[in-house]
Design a protein around this ligand. Structure first.
Ligand code: SF4
Length: 380
């Protein structure tokens, strides 16, 4: 299935059982009583995009959060039905649901399968109980293992695990153990993120008051390099800065973002990129419901980008991919040679050994993978 001419659909489920200490996602605790109304509003939102989506073929659907598996599965089923009724959803279509251990059981997983969900992402973050507690996670490592086993039993053969390195107190051994548990369990995709301590999170407050000291760069990089090497040996393709997949199991939905293809985001705070315009929904659940109760699209921000901004965006998203930005695709899209557009920047980054080029593409070097932000800021 090629991604060309395929649109992604993102469905945001902003409910969570508790807030993790590092979390800056658009998620809310203690608002589950709004779920019924929230999904009823989402059906209205689906209808409001019927015209814009009339010619689009949906190739991937990603149900993200929050914790989509903490709401009743029927809500998810109804939303997927509505999308199939009102839009053109291709067959086959990659349909992912994000989940957390402790919020899924065999029955729910079976139901998701019946709705056509064929990929599941499970948040582990770390395999050590002390680190899970420190991160503010609600589950145990054992619950993660049983979640993967239940998912396999329910027929899921495409399973992602999210993990984090760079956690204060995490040792290299902890990290190695986490990775080896995942490869032993046979997951097909791993997203390994470097912990970023963000303002406005509990960890952000702890850092500001001196209660959290970030991991030293050297150990953080050692963990990243180890993951790249180890996962390669285990047959994973490192295809994006933080993402590793067994052959054919790359996340097609995320590839849509990195390749600057179109997607529609539904739900509170969801982002979209349709008909060359980027826009963003109202972030709060209540605000989202209010817009739709009045029959209005819940769009809060629209971003008008000029030609240069569109090229820059294409560069800093595409450079996240290990294969980098294809010179031919760039030229097809912008009618301009990538070297004419960015001669000075490319030259500067090459001199710093952060990128490499050949007649096909421009991509990050090993050093560039470590210092990717220095590359991206050149294009922002
Ligand atoms: S489960 Fe995910 S979305 Fe929910 S609070 Fe934790 S990190 Fe945030």
């Amino acid at each position: 299935m090629s991604l060309m001419n395929k649109t992604g659909l993102y469905i945001h489920v902003p409910f969570c059982g508790s807030k993790c200490n590092y979390c800056d996602f658009n998620s809310y605790v203690g608002k589950m009583d709004l779920a019924e109304e929230y999904f009823a509003c989402m059906k209205k939102e689906i209808d409001l995009y019927r015209d814009e989506m009339a010619l689009n073929k949906i190739g991937t659907i990603f149900i993200g959060g929050g914790t989509p598996t903490c709401v009743e599965p029927r809500f998810i089923g109804e939303i997927l039905n509505e999308c199939r009724e009102k839009y053109h959803v291709s067959e086959p279509c990659e349909i992912t649901i994000e989940s957390n251990p402790g919020t899924i059981n065999e029955e729910k997983l079976k139901e998701y399968g019946q709705y056509g969900i064929n990929r599941i992402s499970i948040g582990l973050q770390a395999y050590q109980e002390n680190l899970l507690k420190y991160l503010g996670r609600r589950h145990t490592a054992g619950e993660f293992v049983s979640s993967v086993e239940m998912a396999k039993k329910a027929g899921f053969d495409n399973i992602n695990a999210d993990i984090i390195f760079g956690i204060p107190g995490q040792t290299l051994k902890d990290w190695k153990d986490t990775l080896s548990v995942l490869t032993d369990l046979g997951v097909t995709h791993i997203s390994a993120y470097d912990l970023k301590v963000e303002e406005g999170t509990r960890f952000g407050d702890m850092r500001d008051t001196g209660k959290l000291i970030e991991m030293e760069d050297e150990l953080d990089r050692e963990m990243y390099h180890y993951a790249i090497e180890y996962l390669k040996q285990q047959g994973f393709n490192h295809y994006e800065l933080s993402n590793f997949a067994k052959e054919g199991c790359e996340c097609r939905h995320n590839l849509i973002y990195w390749n600057c293809l179109e997607y529609l985001g539904l739900g509170a705070g969801a982002h979209s990129f349709l008909q060359d315009i980027r826009f963003e929904n109202q972030a709060t659940i209540e605000g989202y419901i209010e817009y739709l109760s009045k029959g209005q699209k819940p769009v809060e921000e629209r971003y008008v980008r000029d030609f240069c901004e569109k090229m820059s965006e294409y560069m800093f998203l595409g450079l996240r991919l290990i294969d980098g930005v294809s010179r031919e695709k760039f030229e097809d899209r912008f009618n301009q040679n990538i070297f004419d557009a960015y001669a000075a920047k490319i030259d500067r980054l090459k001199k710093k050994q952060l990128i490499e080029t050949d007649d096909k593409s421009i991509r990050l070097t090993q050093l560039g993978l470590d210092l990717a932000n220095q590359v991206f800021v050149e294009f922002v």
